[in-house]
Design a protein around this ligand. Sequence first.
Ligand code: FAD
Length: 317
Amino acid sequence: MTTLLFVEHGNGQIKDGTLKALAAAKQIGAPIHALVLGTGSRAVAEAVGRFDGIDKVLNAEDGVYDHDLAEPVSALIAAVAEPYDAIIASASTTGKNVLPRVAALLDVAQISDIIKVVSPDTFERPIYAGNAIQAVQAPAGKKVITVRTAAFKAAEEGGAAAPVEAVSASASAPGGSSFKGEEIAKSDRPELAAARIVVSGGRSLGSSEKFKALIEPLADTLGAAVGASRAAVDAGYAPNDWQVGQTGKVVAPDLYVAVGISGAIQHLAGMKDSKVIVAINKDEDAPIFQVADYGIVGDLFQAVPEFQAEVAKAKGL
Ligand code: FAD
């Protein structure tokens, strides 16, 4: 029994989601091989090899894999899949793009978005927007698994460096999609999916200017990432990749501050596992208060600046 971990990386860094998928892979209990792809990725492959639990790293330094396009990456994974019982990746945008193709190529059903490894072939995953937890037992054969990263703690470095073995690109990497360009949002704030603190704003902010003027300074004072409800994103107050919820990012920070967010079930699906939830809402019956540990019933336009001033004072800023 061996598990293959698909590694996502950028700017020479292993993505946090991959380290969480590694934590899940370790719970399966089999030796783990990692797959690192892309031009100049040897250093990342060596870094991955230093993580506890990794026994070997497969590395293809080929430009065809540079942007994690689903067709060539899944073709390569399927080509090297023979010795592996499980193929695992984080349920990131890339993982959700690549692994279903791998499952199709291997003719198995994917086990998506696991939150717990019960045994090497049984996993728990949320259904109905997180309202029920389903235990799924995989049939014999290969398992293709994506991991809900909010449910696992990132694996840590440790142990002896694992050997890196070169694998070659598939002779005919299939086309389908091609890379045209990317716009990467630059921010000094922590990444939303991995942040310890998240401050999210809702529709009630009323405009992108007010969102920027209230939510972002509070986030910066707390050292937090910024999130938003879907209504705020749809209204253009916040960019798409800030959306928290069923159709956005799933986060589980130490502290989640929901500002003017009603707490619709689809929003809760993305944040209810946060350790401490603070809600600011003028409606004391808003459903967000059912999951909140602390609540301020009041007008956010008054409460947020006051809250921020108190945080700044406490931090000596
Ligand atoms: P509202 O529901 O309009 O709530 C605004 C809140 O602000 C109210 O509670 C109000 O009391 C409060 N408020 C107003 N003024 C003030 C003030 N001055 N001070 C303090 N409080 C104030 N939503 C998501 O967030 N994420 C998702 O991923 C998501 N996915 C969805 C998927 C599907 C298939 C569907 C159908 C819906 C999805 N939604 C999602 C939408 C979701 O149902 C809600 O419509 C949305 O979350 C509401 O956003 P909101 O809380 O900002 O707005």
